[in-house]
Design a protein around this ligand. Structure first.
Ligand code: SAM
Length: 354
């Protein structure tokens, strides 16, 4: 390791000792996320110099925070304006601060930057994606989410910024240019790629845009070159047994059996458990909107536990109390296993389970 890199690590250690972020019990990772096999990559030990900390903006129930834990980063703060998600986040991450606030609010943005500037290593986030979703062809209200995310993240000045969005955002050249320009003005370089969760150990074909930014002078591998996991994980390996109390109606079962699909988005269809699920949506337990599970001759709604497994969330993930809120939080989440693979790759950590 070069002397300058070593000194940088030491100075980072010293700087981190002033972090005012709350400390909490370290969590035991209970689910089988570290078993993904990647092609061999050179281990780079500099990541062991200091404990890293991170912030999760637009955190929902905390998909990115689970990913940070898997990548050896301690989440210290999760912000979301939706009370149900914020409450679930606080139960999932008792050692982090859960703040329920509007990230579009300029005053709150300033306060956040004042409190955390220079004090955390990583800022992650998945700004609202509905304005860009392929399911939404008309309403583009709120499409400034990615810009707001970058404005706040850049003001905090971390060593790595990572945003997740629906893949369509990559086609909005104006928006992507806006992000690049804003980042470059603050001394950050930007890189992005559309990745598929199925290539990173998740039993779901979910294509998502990842945009990374780091201060000039930091080198990180290109997202585009990120290696894929050696194997794909079939649904049968992650799904719990079907919840038999959730049998679908006779009518829906007939529709599925007859393959009378009225919906272009996988509705009245059956999950093929030997492969990967299609991208989970917030409507996952409606046979007309998303596939159902088959057991023998019967069909079952996809349960919350199924959806959590499809998203590679831990088995003991804490969900919002209300039924509709649970579905929305599950459908919105970034798959932690995928985001952890991206973080580990960008942080150049040795990949586990080769
Ligand atoms: C795509 S989801 C992010 C999901 C999250 N990454 C996860 O893994 O669960 C977008 C989140 O942004 C939140 N949100 C929307 N508008 C917001 C705002 N103005 N301020 C803060 N959070 C907001 C939503 O409540 C939602 O939880």
């Amino acid at each position: 390791m070069g002397v300058s890199k070593c000194l940088r690590g030491v100075s980072r250690c010293l700087k981190m000792s002033h972090v005012a972020a709350p400390r909490g019990p370290s969590r035991v990772i209970e689910w089988d996320v570290l078993s993904t096999r990647y092609p061999r990559m050179a281990p780079l030990p500099w990541s062991m110099l200091t404990e890293r900390t991170g912030i999760d903006l637009f955190c929902g129930l905390g998909g990115f925070s689970f990913a940070m834990q898997l990548a050896g980063v301690r989440p210290v703060l999760g912000v979301d304006s939706w009370p149900d998600a914020s409450e679930a986040y606080s139960r999932n991450f008792p050692g982090a601060k859960a703040v329920c606030a509007d990230l579009f609010d300029a005053e709150f943005q300033e306060k956040l930057a004042a409190d955390y500037e220079g004090k955390v290593d990583i800022v992650c986030g998945g700004p609202p994606c509905q304005p860009f979703s392929v399911l939404n062809r008309t309403n583009r209200v709120g499409s400034e989410g990615p810009l707001v995310f970058f404005r706040v993240a850049l003001a905090i000045r971390p060593s790595l910024i990572l945003m997740e969005e629906v893949s369509d955002v990559a086609r909005h050249a104006g928006l992507m240019d806006g992000i690049r320009q804003m980042a470059e003005e603050r001394g950050y370089s930007v890189d992005w790629a559309v990745l598929n969760a199925a290539d990173h150990g998740v039993a779901q074909a979910r294509r998502r845009l990842f945009v990374a930014a780091y201060p000039y002078g930091f080198s990180a591998p290109a997202l585009f070159d990120m290696p894929k996991a050696v194997d794909r994980v079939p649904l049968s390996r992650v799904l719990p047994p079907p919840d038999e109390s959730q049998e679908v109606t006779t009518y829906a079962a007939e529709m599925i059996r007859d393959r009378r699909s009225y919906s272009w988005h996988n509705g009245y269809n059956e999950l093929d458990e030997s492969g990967q699920a299609p991208a989970l949506t917030t409507q996952f337990n409606q046979p007309g909107c998303w596939p159902s599970r088959r057991l023998g001759a019967r069909y079952y709604h996809v349960s919350d536990a199924d959806a959590a497994a499809i998203q590679s969330l831990p088995r003991d993930v804490k969900l919002p109390e209300k039924r509709m809120a649970r579905r929305r939080a599950l459908g919105n989440a970034v798959p932690p296993k995928m985001a952890a693979a991206v973080l580990r790759y960008l942080l150049k950590r040795e990949l586990i389970g080769r």
